[in-house]
Design a protein around this ligand. Structure first.
Ligand SMILES: Cc1cc2nc3c(=O)[nH]c(=O)nc-3n(C[C@H](O)[C@H](O)[C@H](O)COP(=O)(O)OP(=O)(O)OC[C@H]3O[C@@H](n4cnc5c(N)ncnc54)[C@H](O)[C@@H]3O)c2cc1C
Ligand SMILES: *[C@@H]1O[C@H](CO)[C@@H](O)[C@H](O)[C@H]1NC(C)=O
Ligand SMILES: *[C@@H]1O[C@H](CO)[C@@H](O)[C@H](O)[C@H]1NC(C)=O
Ligand SMILES: *[C@@H]1O[C@H](CO)[C@@H](O)[C@H](O)[C@H]1NC(C)=O
Length: 407
């Protein structure tokens, strides 16, 4: 119980505020090294997010120049007679205004004006220390200089370390390494009182456990120490199709049961193809040159198709056995035999794959649109009902937009 009370307290301090007006002179006394901006462009961008469905205008935006800046501002909110809200904002890719505040300040953690420390790699101990606002794409680029890379990812890399560690950070690698929050050795966190503390499993462990997956409510991450592995050189990326949902989920479950074993895929995801438009468009350009069959011929009855997406990483040293390794794993699966789509690409191109789609959508003005996205965890016991009721029922063949489904 002691833990719960402590954490609740932290919540109260970060969400303070009862709609009282902020006195700017309080802030000027803080002697911040970074830039406290009232510029309408800064305030405007901090009042929107990727979801495009909510707005909340902060009174000002801080571009911090150091962790101490973050600590000073939070401390002043804590000690202020009126209190005011503070929200950390990474890259603003939330859907429902999670990084906004309408009656206080936004601390803009990502971006060139708010990045006090470049990533520092320890080759010996296989970790990288990064600023909380660092984007994962930049974490990747800096660790690849040492031939190293983080182990667990999100599908899209233009998200901040603090932003995904406040959620979970889940992608096709999670079955093997756990989500991103399970691959963090240590954090520096500014607590609700404005203290800058280091925490880990051993030190201030309550704070560490609360902040990871804490939705930004238990403190602001200014530094994260992220576990690294030797980076694979290339990726064999495979998509296979199913019309039988039971066969699809059974294969996905089988593949994640191989976690920790040497002979397994390195990434397991999947998606649903409900829409005729998507059927024609479902492949990213990565797969176009090797399309062996017409999708429509696999989908003769017009029903829903399920696509299992898997990868196998490899180094130059085992490049000559990769074909056999993939073949042996595919043999255990029950997909539609004619439906194997394969491509092969450098590791970084695979990890950064969604950015390619982003550029295409941006070119068509389809990126900055509302994104009423939803993530659900559905128990195994109800997933077949979910397929019947939602994919085959409510959605029919009449929807657009991606639907990912993976165990
Ligand atoms: C195209 C796209 C693909 C995605 N793919 C995946 C995926 O594959 N897997 C997955 O898990 N998620 C995915 N997401 C969701 C994404 O991980 C979250 O929306 C994440 O919060 C976005 O990071 P951000 O830096 O933009 O966060 P923001 O929207 O800026 O912030 C998110 C939350 O974190 C808090 N926060 C931000 N920085 C800090 C900090 N330094 N310390 C403490 N709290 C902080 C904010 O206050 C807010 O509550 C995707 C999102 C998009 C737009
Ligand atoms: C679907 O796959 C499951 C599991 O492989 C199998 O038991 C079932 O008979 C299949 N259903 C049809 C209609 O083929
Ligand atoms: C999609 O649904 C519409 C309306 O229910 C139907 O007319 C059409 O034939 C369906 N198309 C396919 C490919 O199933
Ligand atoms: C598909 O959905 C849209 C939006 O709800 C609707 O306008 C349209 O009539 C639907 N089409 C079919 C074939 O059901």
């Amino acid at each position: 119980m002691a833990t719960k009370f402590l954490l609740t307290f932290a919540i109260c301090r970060l969400i303070v505020t009862v709609g009282l007006t902020l006195d700017p002179t309080e802030l000027l006394r803080l002697e911040l090294e970074g830039q406290l901006s009232l510029d309408p462009a800064d305030v405007g961008s901090a009042s929107r997010d990727f979801g495009g469905m909510r707005t909340a205008h902060p009174m000002a935006v801080l571009h911090p120049a150091s962790p101490q800046d973050v600590a000073r501002l939070v401390k002043s909110a804590y000690e202020s007679a009126h209190g005011f809200g503070i929200s950390a904002r990474g890259h603003g890719h939330s859907i429902n205004g999670q990084a906004m505040t309408g009656n206080g300040l936004v601390i803009q953690m990502s971006g060139s004006r708010g990045n006090p420390a470049p990533p520092r790699v320890s080759e010996k101990s296989m970790y990288v220390d990064v600023w909380g606002g660092e984007l994962w794409i930049d974490v990747l680029r800096s660790t690849l200089e040492y031939g190293l890379a983080p182990k667990s990812w999100t599908d899209y890399l233009y998200l901040s370390v603090g932003g995904t560690l406040s959620n979970a950070g889940i992608s096709g690698q999670a079955f093997n390494h756990g989500p991103q929050i399970s691959n963090v050795y240590e954090l520096d966190v500014v607590t609700g009182k404005g203290e800058l503390l280091t925490c880990s499993k051993e030190q201030n462990s309550e704070l560490y456990d609360a902040v990871l997956g804490g939705l930004g409510q238990f403190g602001i991450i200014t530094r994260a120490r992220i576990a690294l592995e030797r980076a694979p050189r290339r990726v064999r990326w495979i998509r296979v199709l199913y019309s039988n949902f039971t066969a699809f989920t059974q294969d996905q479950e089988y593949l994640i049961s191989l976690h920790g074993q040497p002979q397994k895929f390195d990434y397991v995801e999947g998606f649903v193809i409900v829409d005729e438009g998507l059927i024609n468009n479902w492949r990213s350009s990565f797969f176009s040159p090797r399309n062996p069959v017409k999708i429509s011929s696999l989908n003769a009855d017009g029903g829903i198709l399920y696509c299992l997406e898997i990868t196998k990483n490899y180094q130059e040293s085992n490049a000559d056995t990769i074909d056999q390794e993939v073949e042996a794993l595919l043999k255990k699966l029950n997909f539609i035999p004619a439906s194997v789509f394969t491509t092969d690409l450098p590791y970084v191109d695979f990890l950064d794959r969604v950015h390619k789609a982003e550029l295409k959508l941006r070119a068509k003005n389809l990126w900055d649109v509302p994104h009423p996205w939803l993530n659900l965890f559905v128990p195994k016991s109800r997933i077949a009902d979910f397929d019947r009721g939602v994919f085959k029922g409510i959605l029919g063949n009449n929807t657009s937009g991606p639907i990912l489904i993976y165990p």
